[in-house]
Design a protein around this ligand. Structure first.
Ligand SMILES: [Mg+2]
Length: 210
């Protein structure tokens, strides 16, 4: 597998989906206000770990509830500023959050799986290289977004029955963000005389072979 012993260091960027990755996804609904934003277990700790390993951390989120008139842009931005505060308070970092207010029927370039939000991020953070980026999400749309930009893809799911769906666009699978982050810190020993980059190996618990 070509992703064996991938070395992840500060030259890398991490792209994260929001709902179902950072916070509890509301099935058939939207997080319309901060009170409805529930952190998933271990996510704040995971973000702290990632902050120490990768150079850039960006969230890319589809929020079509805005386009449908269910919530406002102001409400989403308020949620995101509170979210970033929580991350910061916990010693972690998110460098930017991009969201798409467009409805799926618009097929906007800015809505995943289309790549607009990724290009926007790279414009704002010129040191992002998609070949040295990972997209982590809980839907195939996230995986396709990452794949189209040439990123490595990490599928987060604790539902084993879903694991083989669309697996050709999934490079790695983990049950949650914390497990993924810990994989980067429990890497094979590295020469202590050099800097200590982190390795993403092909041995996570739910790894898929292609
Ligand atoms: Mg999601």
């Amino acid at each position: 597998m070509i992703f064996n012993d991938l070395v992840i260091d500060t030259g890398w960027a991490l792209f994260l989906d929001r709902d179902g990755v950072l916070n509890k996804r509301i099935v058939d609904g939207y997080v319309t206000q901060w009170e409805e934003f529930i952190w998933l277990p271990g996510v704040l700790d995971a973000l702290k770990i990632f902050s120490e390993i990768v150079g850039t951390i960006v969230v890319v989120s589809n929020q079509q509830g805005v386009g449908k008139g269910i919530m406002t842009n102001e409400a989403v931005m308020k949620i995101h500023s509170n979210l970033m505060n929580d991350v910061k308070k916990n010693g972690g970092r998110i460098d930017a959050i991009y969201y798409s207010p467009h409805q799926s029927k618009e097929n906007s370039f800015l809505r995943k799986p289309n790549v607009g939000m990724g290009l926007k991020a790279r414009k704002e953070f010129p040191f992002i290289h998609f070949r040295k980026s990972v997209m982590a999400g809980d839907s195939l749309s996230d995986m396709l977004f990452g794949r189209r930009l040439g990123m490595k893809t990490v599928f987060l799911s604790d539902n084993k029955s879903e694991l083989h769906k669309g697996h050709k666009i999934i490079d790695f699978t983990f049950p949650n963000l914390l497990t993924f982050s810990k994989t980067l810190t429990t890497s094979p020993p590295h020469n202590p005389m050099t800097s200590s980059p982190h390795h993403l190996t092909t041995s996570p618990p739910h790894h898929l072979t292609t």
